[in-house]
Design a binder for this molecule. Structure first.
Ligand code: SF4
Length: 370
């Protein structure tokens, strides 16, 4: 199984963020680390771990010793596969040489930087805590500390962004040669400061930016392996691929989601409840449900089709005992006719056009309720 560890603290809240995070004091951060260690010790799931993703929030806000203790707790509790991919999310402005060295010492082998833009005015508008220069310093420090697998997160369709400015971000970032780039469109979520601004971005320009991203990164030797993710050969994020392949995952920490034995649940989002009961995982797990076969099939399709490689015909047959073409024959034909999907005896995948309208294409695989 995969492990996800949630660290819900950030220096300050970004203007577009609706993730479970806030600016916790040092004392609360330490209480949280202690609770997380209790949860790690108490969980009963003990399958071999293939990858770990430490996300947030801003995991790099923790002190080096705190991250070391968390990783020690994990090493003590779980059997990690020898080549396990272990990622930490980090924000420029919270990184020090000492922290990077601590990450390397405790086995973290991939770092994911939340940069979003190279332009100071865009960073400010987004409410980011760092400048581009601070990012560059963190990036080079990470290389010096020995990280050979680095992701950079970018956001397009930022208010007032022009195509030229987006291209500058892409060009500057690829010049640094990270192994992986994630490029998402800004999504305006209810309850965030951006939502109050009542801001609209041209849909046509957003589509053009997405096309530019795909074409430009391809020329720079980045393979698009998912709707918003691009990697140098051999550097696709294994943790995320596992998620889209519906591998089992155990989420630890506040609000973290899990999928084990076709059961899904979330940890509580209530920090006081979490701090009090982390040593009794069954008390902090909420929204537990067993997925019916049709829900599993839907997820298999709409998560799997996010990948440019698509879904495996054989895996579908093995898991559900049915031929994918029998279950989804009508949808496959319709989407193929529309030029959005292709399939052969091994795989079913979205075409480039299908990827561009993936929400529409994937909705076809939801079963009608009647
Ligand atoms: S750093 Fe990430 S998690 Fe933290 S507030 Fe900003 S977007 Fe949200």
């Amino acid at each position: 199984m995969e492990l996800y560890i949630h660290i819900p603290f950030c220096k300050q809240k970004c203007n577009y963020c609706d993730f479970l995070s806030w600016n916790g004091e040092a004392k609360q951060r330490e209480e949280y680390v202690q609770a997380l260690l209790k949860e790690i010790t108490a969980v009963k799931e003990k399958k071999e771990v293939t990858s770990i993703f430490i996300g947030g929030g801003t995991p790099s806000i923790l002190e080096p010793q705190q991250m070391k203790r968390i990783m020690e707790g994990i090493h003590e509790k779980f059997k990690l596969r020898e080549d396990a991919e272990i990622t930490i999310e980090a924000n420029p402005g919270t990184i020090t040489r000492e922290k990077l060295e601590a990450y390397r010492t405790c086995g973290i082998n991939r770092i994911s930087f939340g940069l979003q833009s190279i332009h100071e005015d865009e960073l400010k508008l987004l409410g980011r805590i760092h400048t581009f220069k601070e990012f560059e310093e963190s990036y080079h420090m990470a290389r010096q500390a020995g990280f050979q697998n680095i992701n950079i997160d970018l956001i397009m369709a930022v208010p007032n962004q022009t195509m030229d400015r987006w291209k500058e971000t892409l060009q500057t970032i690829t010049a640094l040669k990270p192994e992986h780039i994630s490029a998402y469109s800004l999504i305006i979520e209810e309850g965030t400061p951006f939502y109050e601004m009542d801001y609209e971005f041209s849909e046509d320009l957003e589509r053009e930016m997405y096309e530019e991203t795909k074409n430009y990164l391809k020329k720079q030797d980045y393979q698009q392996y998912e709707i918003s993710n691009f990697a140098r050969p051999g550097y696709s994020c294994r943790h995320n691929l596992g998620y889209w392949d519906r591998e089992e995952y155990l989420g630890l920490g506040l609000g973290a989601a899990s999928l084990i034995d076709e059961q899904r649940w979330n940890n509580t989002r209530d920090i006081l409840a979490y701090l009090s009961y982390a040593n009794e995982p069954e008390k902090i797990r909420i929204n537990q449900e067993v997925l019916m076969e049709r829900e599993q099939m839907e997820e298999f399709m709409f998560l799997g089709l996010r990948k440019t490689a698509g879904v495996s015909v054989k895996k579908f047959q093995e898991k559900f005992g049915d031929d994918i073409k029998t279950v989804y024959g009508r949808q496959l034909e319709k989407l193929t006719r529309d030029g959005l999907l292709e399939y052969d005896e091994h795989r079913v995948w979205l075409t480039e056009r299908g990827i561009s309208v993936s929400n529409y294409a994937m909705a076809e695989f939801l079963f009608d309720d009647e």
